[in-house]
Design a protein around this ligand. Structure first.
Ligand code: T6T
Length: 344
């Protein structure tokens, strides 16, 4: 068949190399492939969307997960959900890296820090994964003309506005005078930074109302309770407290109740877990601002699938979700009841 000996000399080693290459491909150990803690690669049957929440065990994210799961079922896509055990950008980065290795198609994430999470999410984007922000943003949150533009959308509340609403309500129930103490979480989180900003704006715009101070509780209600107790003991001008999220508000409410100051010191709770509603009914908390995490989860998954399908026109770079302000007057309405977060 081969008349030319030179050609035979070339052809046989070439065949051998192809055979060797093919057998190596067949013999690859799956354990050596990049995989997440579940040890599986992304589904080969259809797209896989990952939702990375801010922290596990937080009713806000439990509710968000339910919305995301409901939408994933409706659209027939695989959804995987993960999140750090503590609010920590380093822990969240390892989760993002595992998802990049797993080869998910889209990543919907509540970033733990607006600066520290830029680099890991840029890595995901560079690996061809569609990145979307839910609840918190990275950079300055302006994904059209701002510092960071690769995330396709920022889905979440208007948090400056939320801070303004909360502190205006506290000031009204304080009778328009006194000083407000802010119980915040960790600096660098876009949502709670903006909620503090909104509250400080309102205080600055109101004559006769002062800022008593701000403490950071590491997203821990026990620490928030200790810090608030210390403030109440040393500063009797404090007649209003604003907790910028579920943990700060819970700790502040406990400290107010323990000090026997329920009703005297007015408290606004950002976020609406069952405990905040109990505190409202028991007159320890005066207003609860419910966000819409279920809707955030739904829209996150809907947008992620649109991106995977190349339907970019249906994705808004900013999808603002609403609030339901819950007071003792409206707590039993259907709207308020539906807005209460699920804890499991
Ligand atoms: O307030 C929510 C969320 O919006 C924030 O980014 C972090 O804290 C919560 O999850 C409540 O604990």
């Amino acid at each position: 068949m081969f008349q030319n000996k030179k050609l035979i000399k070339w052809f046989i080693p070439c065949l051998l190399s192809i055979a060797l290459f093919l057998s190596a491909c067949v013999a690859v150990d799956p354990a050596a492939m990049p995989a997440d803690d579940g040890g599986e690669m992304a589904s080969e049957d259809g797209p896989t969307i990952a939702l990375v929440i801010g922290v596990k065990g937080d009713a806000f994210y439990v509710t968000m997960e339910k919305g995301a799961q409901a939408m994933a079922e409706e659209l027939g896509v695989e959804l995987i959900v993960d999140g750090p055990a503590e609010w920590d950008a380093v822990l969240q980065t390892s989760i993002v890296d595992a998802l990049i290795a797993r080869g998910v198609d889209a990543l919907v994430i509540a970033a733990n820090d607006k600066q520290a999470m830029i680099e890991p999410l840029q890595r995901a984007h560079d690996a061809g994964i569609h990145v979307l922000s839910v609840d918190t943003f990275i950079g300055d949150g302006d994904y059209e003309g701002g510092e960071i533009t690769f995330p396709l959308s920022y889905i979440g509340s208007n948090n400056v506005e939320g801070g303004r609403i909360a502190c205006q309500a506290v000031i009204d129930s304080m009778g328009g005078t006194g000083s407000i103490y802010i119980q915040n979480t960790i600096p660098g989180i876009s949502t709670t930074d903006q909620r503090e900003q909104g509250c400080v704006e309102i205080i600055d715009e109101t004559d006769g109302v002062e800022l008593a101070g701000v403490d950071y509780n590491d997203d821990n209600s026990g620490k928030a309770a200790e810090q608030t107790a210390a403030v109440l003991q040393r500063d009797d001008s404090v007649t209003g407290i604003y907790g910028t999220n579920l943990f700060g508000a819970r700790g502040a409410a406990q400290a107010v109740a323990n000090a026997g100051l329920a009703g005297v010191v007015k408290v606004a709770s950002f976020d609406a877990p069952e405990t905040a509603i109990d505190d409202l009914r028991n007159e320890i908390v005066d207003m609860v601002i419910a966000q819409l995490p279920y809707q955030m989860g739904q829209v996150g998954v809907e947008y992620a699938l649109a991106a995977i399908n190349g339907d970019m026109g249906s994705i808004e770079p900013r999808f603002g979700t609403d609030y339901v302000v819950i007071t003792r007057e409206n707590v039993d309405t259907e709207e308020a009841q539906n807005a209460i977060y699920k804890s499991e």
